[in-house]
Design a protein around this ligand. Structure first.
Ligand SMILES: [Zn+2]
Ligand SMILES: [Zn+2]
Length: 188
């Protein structure tokens, strides 16, 4: 069975070099739906607690929220960094608190201090799904990802790994070395 949750991300981007209005800087509310597949965890009667899916995903994906997402070869990138630098906010600001850990994958690099994500390819809805899968595939048994942004949408189904994740029979979250990080339950 599957458990799923959604989260939304407010971001600005553009399609550099694309022939259309999207080549101009603009913003979206993107909605990501993450479906996780596993057996029912007896005891809590869940596949996985949806708030835990959200927490795990948000930890890293908050880097995309209230962020600017630009392709690595976009000339706006050095121009914006110059402005941030002159304004003294490039390396952070006291009000910039909601930050995820910096990450770097094949497809994207996050700079949480200045709320910027630099991507290898144009950040389309399809591109976002590829980035998200790369970031979360080892943390969640992802069966499907759907991302919508304005009138655009993309969806992909995966064959989740056949590892049955050992989960806490009291809270439903994944055990770490046989121990629940939330309630301390220990698998005998
Ligand atoms: Zn757009
Ligand atoms: Zn627990």
């Amino acid at each position: 069975m599957r458990s799923f949750t959604t989260l939304d991300l407010q971001y600005a981007h553009r399609f550099y070099g694309f022939q259309g209005e999207a080549q101009y800087l603009h913003g979206h509310t993107g909605i990501l739906t993450i479906e996780v597949e596993d057996t029912i965890n007896e005891g809590v009667n869940m596949v996985f607690p949806c708030n835990e899916i959200k927490k795990t995903a948000w930890e890293v994906l908050q880097n995309f929220d209230h962020a600017l997402i630009l392709r690595e070869d976009d000339p706006l990138l050095p121009a914006i960094l110059k402005v941030y630098e002159e304004q003294g906010i490039k390396d952070g600001a006291p009000s910039n608190k909601q930050k995820g850990p910096a990450f770097k994958t094949e497809l994207a690099t996050a700079y949480p201090e200045c709320r910027l994500v630099v991507t290898k390819e144009t950040m389309t809805v399809e591109g976002m799904i590829r980035i998200v899968y790369e970031l979360l595939k080892d943390k969640l048994n992802i069966a499907k990802l759907t991302f919508t942004s304005g009138v655009n949408g993309a969806t992909v189904e995966y064959n989740p790994p056949c590892r049955e994740q050992p989960r806490c029979p009291l809270c439903g979250i994944a055990l770490v070395d046989g121990v629940c990080p939330k309630c301390g339950y220990r698998k005998s």
